[in-house]
Design a binder for this molecule. Structure first.
Ligand code: WTA
Length: 652
């Protein structure tokens, strides 16, 4: 790299904003002062930038911790805030969505058009019996209908549960059952890597009897968008989206709902095999996503073209594709496909085509572009870019510097944003135009958020390594785990009492900047996606070959972490297993049970697993093996021979 940075210690570099950027920036240093003076009033003020059918009089009710209520006596309609409001303010002709299909088809949809689509969809859902309080599962590719569906559900005061299109029929079934969804919205298929990847067959399979499970019984209809034009089976419960929409009225008046009305459930991996249904509600969530989207991304809605590359199947897609940008009246790009289809410059081509000004993506994507080389982005005109964002995992200083130099032409501020499905919105990030950026550090809590790094006993550290906690409730915080208040308390609040334990390790440096150090629990982060070791282990032992399995996240140059599995084959299955390609068989089994993202990179067939005397698998030692390191301290092992056996018997 030719840039003028200290290559030996890239993280010591500091990048102040340019004077021009600072002068025009949305975020002002006064935001910190306002939040420090009166935190609750600061949030109330942010909330007042939304439209309230009934204004709130109380900001926070924390009388029953850890169950927060924000803006409790206020009433609003989330979809109205994302749509009708902009049309009524005279911005109906502004483009809301610049959609790019993978095969190169595209659509530009204005706020007026999007509003009318959502009104029609709300009428369609009403005709299918959806009412406030119901749950609707959404299993769609990245097409405009995904956003229309989310907003139509929200408009009716119902809650959506978006399931990432890469999840299997089994995962979908578990999520539909847990939420008791009444309707599933899906598509025939979507485009991925140059071909149509079918979706509806997984929905059909998820509703049929599966294993010990009887036929699914809460879903009454399946609404099917035609996208892939692939052949699909048809059942009595199925309704074509385009037929229902053609008959639907474009008139629909948004009704007000209480601020604490559930907006969505989003499932995420925890430390046990069962995914957690993270519950978010309306007023506080929309307040924080809109406010952070404006301030952290320096959004100038009249001139910016914003692009967040996340799928709506993840929290980033909920908060920074659907709700934040639309609440702020932004113009945004959404792209259906993968970065390498039909060629590896596809993202840069899209930026050039639409004149994207703000790009928000994940370190894993940046690292894979780095690997391909700068000659690919250099073929495109990226001069429209003026701000870059990162999310999902720690960004290493090298990737940060490459991102700024090659993609941002050494001009653009970078915001590294730390947050979680549970936090709903950005919690730690620089404010562009205010903060001097430090490569690799997420830096400081945003105004109105209080973060601490504590030791195991909960004592706050001035600097050094510890655990990340959020010390005061925040507007977009999860309101619980769907149907499981005890798990909510135990997972996040038991360790430090009145403070929220995020599950991440963190370092506080001398300047007070936060450096995220990764998960401290049995959650892996693969390409910015959360996966649970326990969930993959239970998928592995569900295979008839497997007696026992242990899974660890091993560091990986591109994906951050990679899934590495250690399995013991049943004696009775040894002959069969050895006659087949064990690793290939187990890998595809995991893909079928959970989804291709959970497929182990390496599978080691072993005779024993290292366990402590109390029977706990010592993942630390397995990680040593997986990462090719010298095996660490084995003195607490029940059988100190085991690690040697494992070392000898590795089969890739
Ligand atoms: C990790 C994604 C370092 C972290 C929004 C967290 C990060 C988990 C960052 C949440 C970041 C997210 N720096 N680590 N900027 N952003 N993480 O729920 O471990 O999919 O706990 O939410 O991702 O993942 P989730």
């Amino acid at each position: 790299m030719e840039q003028q940075v200290d290559q030996a210690q890239p993280e010591k570099q500091v990048f102040p904003p340019s004077p021009e950027f600072r002068d025009a920036a949305v975020a002002r240093p006064e935001l910190y002062e306002a939040a420090a003076t009166d935190r609750l009033e600061f949030w109330a003020d942010q909330a007042r930038s939304l439209h309230w059918h009934t204004p709130f009089t109380q900001t926070l009710d924390w009388s029953d911790p850890p169950f927060a209520r924000w803006f409790d006596d206020g009433e609003l309609n989330v979809a109205y805030n994302c749509l009708d409001r902009h049309v009524e303010e005279g911005n109906g002709d502004r483009v809301a969505l610049l959609w790019e299909g993978e095969p190169g088809d595209s659509r530009a949809i204005t706020y007026a058009e999007l509003t009318s689509e959502v009104k029609k969809a709300a009428n369609v859902l009403t005709d299918l019996g959806i009412e406030a309080g119901d749950r609707v599962a959404i299993y769609l590719p990245m097409i405009p209908e995904a956003i229309v569906s989310m907003l139509a559900v929200a408009r009716l005061g119902a809650a959506h549960s978006v399931v990432f299109g890469g999840f299997s029929a089994d995962s979908l079934r578990a999520r539909i059952d847990d939420a008791g969804a009444k309707l599933v919205i899906t598509a025939d298929g979507g485009w991925r890597k140059g071909k149509v990847s079918p979706l509806k067959p997984a929905v059909d399979a998820s509703l049929e009897p599966r294993g010990d499970l009887p036929a699914q019984d809460t879903v009454t209809n399946v609404l099917v968008v035609r996208r892939g034009e692939n052949e699909v089976d048809w059942n009595d419960r199925d309704v074509w989206w385009h037929e229902a929409m053609a008959d639907a009225s474009p008139e629909h008046e948004a009704q007000p709902f209480p601020a604490e009305n559930p907006l969505f459930i989003l499932y995420t991996s925890g430390t046990t095999g069962k995914p957690k249904g993270i519950l978010h509600t309306s007023g506080g969530y929309l307040t924080q996503v809109a406010s952070t989207h404006r301030n952290v991304f320096d959004l100038h809605p009249e001139s910016d073209v914003y692009w967040c590359t996340a799928d709506v199947g993840w929290i980033t897609g909920h908060s920074y594709v659907t709700y934040g940008p639309l609440a702020n009246g932004a113009t945004q790009v959404i792209y259906e496909g993968t970065p390498d289809a039909p060629h590896s410059g596809r993202w840069w081509e899209i930026i050039q085509k639409y004149g994207v000004t703000i790009l928000y993506t994940a370190p894993t994507a940046i690292r894979s572009f780095m690997k391909l080389g700068r000659q690919i982005p250099e073929q495109f005109d990226l001069s429209s870019l003026r701000l870059l964002g990162s999310v999902g995992e720690p960004i290493n200083p090298e990737a940060w510097l490459w991102y700024r130099h090659v993609i941002g032409a050494d001009r653009t501020p970078i915001v590294d944003t730390w947050w979680q499905t549970e936090t709903g919105a950005i919690m730690i990030s620089a404010l562009p135009g205010v903060t001097d950026a430090k490569p690799g550090s997420a830096q400081v809590p945003i105004p109105g958020i209080t973060i601490d790094v504590v030791d195991d006993a909960g004592t706050s550290l001035d600097h050094g390594d510890g655990l990340l906690v959020v010390s005061e409730p925040w507007p977009s915080m999860l309101r619980g785990i769907w149907g499981d208040p005890d798990r909510y308390r135990e997972t996040y609040w038991e360790k430090f009492g009145d403070r929220y334990f995020a599950g991440d390790g963190a370092r506080l440096d001398e300047d007070g900047d936060v450096w995220l150090l990764g998960r401290v629990d049995d959650v892996m982060n693969v390409s910015g996606h959360r996966l649970s070791t326990a969930e993959i282990e239970s998928a592995l032992v569900a295979h008839h070959f497997t007696a026992e399995a242990a899974v660890v996240g091993a560091s990986d140059e591109t994906t951050g972490q990679a899934v590495v599995a250690f399995v013991i084959i049943k004696q009775s299955q040894l002959a069969d297993a050895e006659a087949s390609d064990i690793a290939a068989e187990l890998r595809s089994h995991v893909a079928k049970q959970i989804g291709p993202i959970a497929r182990p990179r390496d599978i080691y067939v072993v005779a024993e697993l290292p366990k402590t005397r109390s029977g706990k698998i010592m993942r630390r030692l397995l990680r040593d093996v997986a990462e090719g390191r010298e095996i660490g301290d084995t003195t607490t092992l029940a059988d100190t021979q085991v690690m040697r056996i494992i070392g000898d018997k590795v089969v890739r």
